[in-house]
Design a protein around this ligand. Structure first.
Ligand SMILES: NC(=O)c1ccc[n+]([C@@H]2O[C@H](COP(=O)([O-])OP(=O)(O)OC[C@H]3O[C@@H](n4cnc5c(N)ncnc54)[C@H](OP(=O)(O)O)[C@@H]3O)[C@@H](O)[C@H]2O)c1
Length: 362
């Protein structure tokens, strides 16, 4: 497809106040091709407070098709980011937001006659299968994970969207598959689980750099990507910089849990990858695991993607390596903590500031 120039675009974004939203929205604001943005989320936010002057806020839930039909009415492009990621809700609620909400968004986009539907899938759509190669390209099949709700729903949605997009009148569908996304808004709009699991999740941030204590740290490789770089990839899809289809999105380079431990000022204790992966497989097979605990399956097999296609066909050039992404995230977190303690624990401005302050206080 020949590159085209788009002007005066109206873009509707579901989930603008999450990690990926904070990567994309400033880029839409800065891009002269974009004239107007509509942002749909459940919790109110003030676009002006984030300097998103082109953005109009629509309060609503993606489970409500009417809200979406209304929000997408004049849109040229829909970017669908609203999702339940952490699993801190019931399985039914998560499924209705993730599956029904995504299909509602696609159907409303199609009814509005938008040209492009951009959807954030995930590396998790590949599942954590033992035969997944290191360096999966987009041709590798998307297969539901054994247990993790998030990965199962991501795989299912890719199949459902592909089927819907093959019908007449469909918008061009762009599917991004990012690895773990970090940056100053890494927590985004996510609810962190309560109870022991939540405490466990908060511990590394809470104690980072205070005491050099040893932690078990498997040398399992992980891909990361910076929120700004994912924002760039989303913007390239908004502007149809390349053909529709699926694109793997990850920073160059890998980190391991041991790298993360070192950067947090802890002392990593080597754990053989096989032990970690075997344990993760065994735990994830336990019956009655709540959705949030199903995330353990993600450690059962490394999910490493090849990102050549996004670079070649979209012209995507990530600014941050995996290690730089991790460092930037920790930097931002420490800055937020320092600002909060200087201001007597007052919350930093902005929607993401609020959630980051929640984390800092915990
Ligand atoms: N973060 C990552 O590491 C990562 C990696 C790969 C792929 N992804 C994908 O990228 C997308 C965005 O993730 P994220 O990390 O930005 O998520 P996030 O931080 O949890 O933000 C989710 C956004 O969606 C909104 N939202 C949630 N439920 C909604 C509902 N029922 N109706 C309307 N809006 C709703 C949230 O605002 P309200 O809560 O106020 O409604 C927020 O704006 C997801 O599809 C995720 O699977 C994320």
């Amino acid at each position: 497809m020949a590159p085209q120039t788009w002007k005066d675009l109206t873009v509707a974004v579901t989930g603008p106040t999450g990690t990926l939203g904070f990567g994309l929205m400033p880029l839409l604001q800065a891009d002269d091709r974009v004239a107007h943005v509509t942002g749909v989320a459940r919790r109110p936010f003030d676009p002006a407070a984030c300097h998103w002057t082109k953005t109009e806020y629509r309060r609503g839930d993606v489970r409500d098709p009417e809200v979406l039909r209304d929000a997408f009415r004049d849109a040229d492009v829909v970017v669908h980011l609203a999702f339940q990621v952490t699993g801190a809700a019931s399985g039914e609620t998560i499924k209705s937001v993730n599956i029904d909400g995504t299909l509602n968004a696609f159907d409303a986009a199609m009814a509005a006659g938008v040209r492009r539907f951009v959807y954030a899938s995930s590396v998790a759509a590949y599942g954590f299968h033992r035969d997944n190669p290191v360096g999966m390209t987009e041709d590798w099949p998307v297969r539901p994970a054994n247990r993790l709700f998030y990965a199962r729903e991501k795989a299912r949605l890719e199949h459902l969207l592909r089927a819907r997009a093959s019908g007449p009148g469909s918008p061009a569908v762009y599917v991004l598959r990012p690895s773990i996304v970090l940056g100053p808004h890494a927590v985004g709009a996510k609810s962190l689980p309560r109870g022991p699991l939540g405490t466990l999740a908060r511990l590394p941030a809470r104690w980072a750099g205070r005491i050099r204590f040893p932690v078990p740290a498997p040398e399992v490789p992980v891909q990361l990507v910076h929120e700004e770089d994912v924002g760039q990839a989303l913007l390239l899809c908004v502007a149809a910089a390349g053909p529709p289809g699926a694109y793997n999105i990850a920073a160059d380079g890998l980190v391991t849990v041991a790298t993360v431990a070192r950067e947090l000022g802890m002392v990593p204790l080597r754990v053989p990858p096989r032990l970690t992966q075997g344990t993760a497989r065994a735990v994830s097979a336990l019956p009655f695991l709540p959705p949030v605990a199903q995330w353990v399956e993600a450690a059962s097999h490394p999910a490493i993607m090849d990102t050549t296609r996004a670079k070649r066909e979209l012209g995507w050039v990530p600014r941050f390596t995996a290690l730089e992404t991790l460092r930037e995230t920790l930097h931002a977190y420490r800055d937020t903590q320092a600002a909060a303690s200087e201001a007597g624990n007052a919350q930093p401005a902005g929607a993401a500031g609020t959630v980051r302050a929640d984390l800092a206080r915990s």
